[in-house]
Design a protein. Structure first.
Length: 101
C-alpha cells in the first residue's frame, strides 16, 4: 500500500507551518534554531516527495545540499549562542546586540 503524494505534502506543509510559527513566537535562540531546522526538513520532505513522484534524482541532490547548509548554519549559530552564553546566562534573541564590537 502506497500513500498518495498529497499526504506527504500535507505533512511537509504542517511541519513547515509549525516551524514558522515557532520561529516567530519564541525568543530563545536555541528554540529558534530548532524551528529553522524543522522548516528545512519540511522542505527536504517536499523535495524528496517530488523527486520520487517525477523519478528524478535532482530533488535528492538538492536535499543533500540543504543538509550541508543546515549543518553549517548549526555550527555558526551555536558558536554565536555560546559566545552570548559566556557573557550572560541567558540566550534570548534580544541579547544579540551584545555581539557588536
Amino acid at each position: 500500500m502506497s500513500l498518495d503524494i498529497k499526504y506527504y505534502l500535507a505533512l511537509s506543509f504542517g511541519l513547515f507551518s509549525i516551524g514558522a510559527v515557532g520561529l516567530l513566537i519564541r525568543r530563545n535562540v536555541l528554540v529558534m534554531f530548532m524551528c529553522v531546522e524543522l522548516m528545512l526538513n519540511a522542505a527536504n520532505l517536499a523535495f524528496v516527495t517530488f523527486a520520487r513522484k517525477l523519478n528524478d534524482i535532482g530533488g535528492q541532490a538538492i536535499v543533500f545540499f540543504v543538509l550541508v547548509v543546515a549543518a553549517a548554519e548549526v555550527v555558526v549559530g551555536l558558536g554565536i549562542v555560546v559566545a552570548i552564553f559566556r557573557r550572560r546566562r541567558d540566550t534570548t534573541a534580544d541579547d544579540l546586540h551584545l555581539m557588536k564590537g
